[in-house]
Write a protein that binds this ligand. Sequence first.
Ligand SMILES: Nc1ncnc2c1ncn2[C@@H]1O[C@H](COP(=O)(O)OP(=O)(O)OP(=O)(O)O)[C@@H](O)[C@H]1O
Ligand SMILES: [Mg+2]
Length: 266
Amino acid sequence: MTAMDAMVECRDVWKSYGAQPVLHGISFRAMPGKNLCILGASGGGKTTLLKVLFGAHRPERGAVCIDGTDIARLPEHELDLVRRKFGVMFQGGALLNSLTVAENIALPLQQHTKLDDDTIQTMVKIKLHQVDLLQAADKLPSDLSGGMLKRASVARALALDPKILFYDEPESGLDPIATSRVDQLINQMRDTMGITNIVVTHTLESVRRIADHVLLLDQGRVLLDGTVEDLLASTNPRVRRFRTGELEAEEGTGARAQGYYKDLLM
Ligand SMILES: Nc1ncnc2c1ncn2[C@@H]1O[C@H](COP(=O)(O)OP(=O)(O)OP(=O)(O)O)[C@@H](O)[C@H]1O
Ligand SMILES: [Mg+2]
């Protein structure tokens, strides 16, 4: 791979649920070792795009290249090999509640490698250390704070040493301090391990802290593909209405109040 090759690339990706079209010809590139933030009003297709990127949904049309392999029409057993290249942090964390934090992180290593138990225990400790959670190894997920849960999910996503991490709203439900800690962790993954982070987020402070690149989705189309500065400077009327929160108020679920995006301008 040369320095200019994308780690993740979509070309003209279309995806519907039944008769409802959701993604209308999405194209973009995410470069290796960079943070890409995916933004947009609620219902605009962000989670759907993420699911297409990690192969949970197949697009009807278009190419989805992960580290040079087009996964859009790859047979399931070959897709499993590509899945080894990335980790996923779902909303809510999705750790198994009956297992300790350490056991949760050991699980992908037990399922996908032939490593002996001692090696797995050592690797689990390394992952926990990377997210600053060694002290919580033997706790159950239900005994962790929201921020610790998110970090534990990142540790599990790191288990198989991925090149790419996908996150769906990693800051949801966290207070500003825990949010800032998750953002630091996302940057640390990029800076110390060269991981490519693809982050769906609504938290503008986070966008400012982590984004090398921003993709703004609007009703299943790419409205803006550029830097945070491009987002702030754009004179496109819909981008302007997104910035002021009007698009969210009109088309979103209402969960994100009007003016939510105003702090980007400050
Ligand atoms: N599994 C599904 N089956 C049918 N329709 C779906 C499914 N998942 C999402 N949709 C629909 O697709 C559209 C896009 O949903 P998606 O979850 O991708 O939006 P989003 O941008 O992630 O929104 P939010 O910011 O609220 O998370 C919505 O109209 C939603 O109702
Ligand atoms: Mg979503």
